[in-house]
Design a protein around this ligand. Structure first.
Ligand code: CP
Ligand code: NVA
Length: 301
């Protein structure tokens, strides 16, 4: 059966854990890959800018023996009114998989419904599942295990937070989110996890309470792509949610700091923290490459 990866919950918990372990294995044998994508072509359809997602997927596909096809929506007939459904039916006849970065999650859902090739969500307004796999891999890499970990997410309750909520449920990580009331994570995501896993999602408006005894402190940009119109308002409301050294002094001494990047230094995180000893953000960014391989191998056999 054709599988898609549009949210973490498209995987079973076992598949999720297995992809994390396979990513670690890929990291340990970077240039000794088999070529599971030999003679396969993967489309990259990006409606928004990207550095990590685009480049890590392109390199992952190359290193696994496959070929990439860059799909710029502005240069396709979609821009002139061809439907997403017809585009999906046609691209399914040429490609073996497609990575999407979209403004609206609905675009990925509509495309996937007609797609006979695997669809990978490379970020939507709702989720960033590929990032969350790399985040879990990084925690396992530096903490040895996901068991018994406490993760504090501080800042905007956005797409990255939504995928972390789902991932922490699968990994049984204790998650506390510190978000202002105006920018809590999506209520449907929270309700779904509460129902499915019978666990409470802890949200506080106090970053100090959230980071207490945390093993991992995570933040993301305050103004996501597509939210530029709310920039000033968001910066004002989120100003007390900065990850700085005072906040870090309340986490465990050996806590690591994660950020999916790009970072806006001086807003959600200070230079001192992102460039400090506890920061693993560039390892986390590197891990996007290894996780991209494990995700592609899982979906495109
Ligand atoms: N973290 C991440 O997805 O980065 P890009 O926007 O550069 O792809
Ligand atoms: N929340 C951010 C993540 C960027 C990788 C955004 O959507 O812009």
């Amino acid at each position: 059966m054709n599988r898609h990866f549009t949210t973490i919950l498209d995987l079973t918990a076992d598949e999720f854990m297995d992809i994390i372990d396979r990513s670690l294995a890929y990291k340990h044998r970077r240039y000794k890959n088999k070529k599971p994508l030999k003679n396969k072509s993967i489309g990259l359809f990006f409606e928004k800018p990207s550095t990590r997602t685009r480049v890590s997927f392109e390199v992952a596909i190359y290193e696994l023996g496959g070929n990439t096809v860059n799909l710029n929506p502005k240069e396709m007939q979609i821009g002139r009114g061809e439907t997403l459904q017809d585009t999906s039916r046609v691209l399914s006849r040429y490609l073996d998989g497609i990575v999407f970065r979209v403004l609206s999650h609905r675009t990925i859902q509509t495309f996937s419904e007609c797609s006979t090739i695997p669809v990978i969500n490379g970020l939507s307004d709702m989720y960033h599942p590929c990032q969350a796999i790399a985040d879990m891999m990084t925690i396992k890499e530096f903490k040895g295990s996901l068991k018994g970990i406490k993760l504090a997410y501080v800042g905007d309750g956005n797409n990255v937070a939504n995928s972390l909520i789902q991932s922490c449920a699968y990994a049984d990580i204790e998650l506390v989110l510190a978000c202002p009331e105006e920018y809590n994570p999506d209520s449907n995501v929270i309700e779904e996890i509460q129902e499915k896993f019978k666990r409470d999602i802890r949200i506080t408006a106090d970053p100090f309470e959230a980071v207490k005894d945390a093993d991992v402190v995570y933040t993301d940009v305050w103004v996501s792509m597509g939210q530029e119109g709310d920039k000033d308002k968001k910066i004002e409301i989120l100003k007390d949610f900065q990850v700085n050294s005072t906040l870090m002094s309340h986490a465990k001494k050996d806590a690591i700091v994660l950020h999916c990047l790009p970072a806006y230094r001086g807003l959600e995180i200070t230079d001192e923290v992102i460039d400090g000893q506890q920061s693993k953000v560039f390892d986390q960014a590197e891990n996007r490459l290894h996780t991209a391989k494990a995700i592609l191998e899982f979906l495109i056999k």
